[in-house]
Every structure is written in structure tokens, then in C-alpha cells.
Design a protein around this ligand. Structure first.
Ligand code: ADP
Ligand code: MG
Length: 320
């Protein structure tokens, strides 16, 4: 549905987007993750045909956004970063206006408005002026206009920015639901959002794509991913470490805490050990030794560890 090849945008000497490529299929919700200034908004503006690209190619639904912008744009719903609104218009009036721009009139427009009003929970404010709405509602109105023509492709720039936790939750739910039938790209710098909503994630940093995979695949690149947390009662830390270290496949053991007879440790497997395969071995060791085991689980890794490790702030220093 969306194919991005070698996308580049230069602002003077600055390469804000520097050779980004990826594809998005129907049914994909792609999280576009990156620190501030990474080039997320600039990429989205080019993909939607809002600003011209310096070089590269974008096709949506098989159409080239530079060569057939009008046809391609019909397939796209775009929620820009700072969505403009039209003061002096009621919510219904604004949505009707947006529908008309998309060529939807008469009873089709009424149906389209009813659909987005219910999807975005706008019933209560339908007759209110857009400029008198709270930020959350105004945001939802902008969201509603971006899907008024029920597009196959949705591109949303930080769609939950500025919303309260309940509203964030609602918007995530809508995105996830719509993602089943559409191709969606949304940008965010909120990691939990990616885990909650996306089936794929791209991390961009300083204009370049640095990761591309499912959230689980990316999490496994965290330094702690695959290590095992072991918690015991009544075993000396030194004995626990020694016996765990002697186990086949264990690279090293780190004692995490040791108090009131409770010891917990992190066990790092050697490079050749399959993910998750060491935990049963540790379980058997504990049984042989008659240890009281309070905790035993494989750490699946954390997205924010990976994110911090590979993204750099504008000063070039690693974030922590
Ligand atoms: N119109 C512009 N003129 C000059 N520089 C720009 C312009 N738009 C964005 N930039 C720069 O491009 C980089 C990427 O910006 P942006 O795409 O907005 O990042 P993000 O959305 O990931 O926070 C930033 O360094 C920003 O200052
Ligand atoms: Mg941005």
C-alpha cells in the first residue's frame, strides 16, 4: 500500500531525512519512532505529498505521489502535527466542508459525518464552534476530518500528543481497530504507544532508519533481553552465583539484591543459547538443590533500552 524508497529531504545543508526506505501493507500499523528532530514529520509530509522531496520515490496504492499527486492523495488520510482548524465553523459545518473538499455531498456526506462523529466520540459537541472546543475535542475533530473519506491509507503525526491518558487510550483503540483494514503509519516518541498499537516499528534517528521490525524483535536487541531473573529464599548469594555460573550455557551472573535471606540474580546466557531455553535448566537446578524459588522469568527486553542505546540527542550524546 505504501512504498518509500530512498527518501531524502535537505533543508539547505541539513539532511533532515537521509535515505529512508520501507513498505507498509494493508493490515499494518507502523509506528514511526524517533526522538524530537529525527525527521518523522518531514518524512510524513513528503509521503503525503504535502512538501516535495529532494530525492527518492513514494508510491501509495501503486501511484507515485510526485507524478499523480491528486489520485494518490485521494487514498490518503493525513493528520498533520499541528492540525489547522477553521474558527467560526461548527463541528458539523467543518466536517461537511471537509467532506465536500473530498467530493462527498448530499446523503453520502451525512453518512460520512455520522460515521466519523461516532468513531471519534464527537456527538456532544457536534453543534459547537470548533474554536471553542477543548484541546482534546479539537484534536478529535482533526482526526475525524482525516478519515472522513474512509481512506485506505492513514498517516498520522503524533496523533495522541496533548491528549489526557483516557483520550490517548481511546485514540490508540481507534487506530488499532482501523489498522485491521487499512495501512497506517503514525509517529510517536511514546514507547508504550508502539507496544500497544503497532505490529511493526521503524526507529529513525538523525534522518536515518536505524531499526525496522516488530516491537518484539526490536526489544530483543536490548542488552538485557534473554537474560533470566532468578529469585530465591534461603540460599547464600555466593552459592547461588557459583552454581548458576557452573550451569551449561551461562555466561555470567549478576546479583541484583541480597537481603533478609532473599537473593535475586540476573543470569546472562552465552551467545549460542536459544532465547528462553535457559530458564528450564535453572528450574531443574533449583529442584536438584532444593532451593525455594520465588521468581523465574526470561526478560523479553525493553523497547526504551534499545531506543536509548541507538538514538542520540541533538548534541550527539547518548540519551539516558
Ligand atoms: N521547513 C524547515 N526548514 C528547515 N529545517 C527544517 C524544516 N522542517 C524541519 N526542519 C528540520 O529538520 C529536522 C527534522 O524535523 P522533523 O521532521 O520536524 O522532526 P520530528 O518530527 O522527528 O521531530 C529538524 O532538525 C528540523 O529542525
Ligand atoms: Mg514531528
Amino acid at each position: 500500500m505504501i512504498e518509500v524508497k530512498n527518501l531524502v529531504k535537505c533543508f539547505g545543508p541539513k539532511r533532515a531525512v537521509d535515505g529512508v526506505s520501507f513498505t507498509v501493507e494493508r493490515g499494518d500499523v507502523l509506528g514511526f519512532l524517533g526522538p524530537n528532530g529525527a525527521g518523522k514529520s518531514t518524512s510524513m509530509r513528503m509521503i503525503t505529498g504535502y512538501i516535495p522531496m529532494t530525492s527518492g520515490q513514494v508510491t501509495v496504492g501503486g501511484m507515485d505521489i510526485s507524478k499523480s499527486p491528486e489520485e494518490a492523495k485521494k487514498l490518503i488520510g493525513y493528520l498533520p502535527e499541528n492540525a489547522p482548524s477553521y474558527p467560526g465553523m461548527s463541528v458539523r459545518g467543518f466536517l461537511k466542508f471537509c467532506a465536500e473538499i473530498r467530493g462527498i455531498t448530499g446523503s453520502a456526506a451525512t453518512r460520512a459525518i455520522d460515521r466519523v462523529v461516532s468513531l471519534c466520540f464527537l456527538d456532544k459537541v457536534i453543534h459547537q464552534n470548533v474554536d471553542t472546543l477543548s484541546k482534546g475535542y479539537r484534536h478529535r475533530v482533526c482526526f475525524a476530518q482525516s478519515i472522513i473519506h474512509d481512506p485506505d491509507i492513514l498517516i498520522m503525526d503524533e496523533p495522541t500528543d496533548g491528549l489526557d491518558p483516557n483520550q490517548k487510550q481511546e485514540v490508540r483503540k481507534i487506530i488499532k481497530q482501523m489498522g485491521e483494514k487499512k495501512a497506517i503509519i503514525f509517529s510517536t516518541h511514546i514507547l508504550e504507544e508502539v507496544e500497544a498499537v503497532c505490529n511493526r516499528t521503524i526507529i529513525i534517528d538523525q534522518g536515518k532508519k536505524v531499526e525496522d521490525g516488530t516491537p518484539d524483535e526490536i526489544k530483543r536487541k536490548a542488552l538485557n533481553a534473554g537474560s533470566i531473573i532468578v529469585g530465591t529464599t534461603g540460599v547464600l548469594a555466593s552459592e547461588l552465583s557459583r552454581k548458576l555460573e557452573a550451569l551449561n550455557g551461562v555466561d555470567k551472573v549478576e546479583v541484583l539484591s541480597d537481603s533478609q535471606q532473599k537473593v535475586s540474580a540476573r543470569v546472562f546466557p552465552g551467545a549460542a543459547v536459544a532465547f528462553g531455553s535457559l530458564a528450564p535448566e535453572i528450574y531443574r537446578l533449583a529442584a536438584r538443590e532444593s532451593w525455594t524459588l520465588n521468581e523465574l522469568h526470561t526478560d523479553s527486553g525493553r523497547l526504551d533500552d534499545v531506543f536509548r542505546r541507538i538514538t542520540f540527542s541533538e548534541t550527539g550524546k547518548a540519551k539516558n
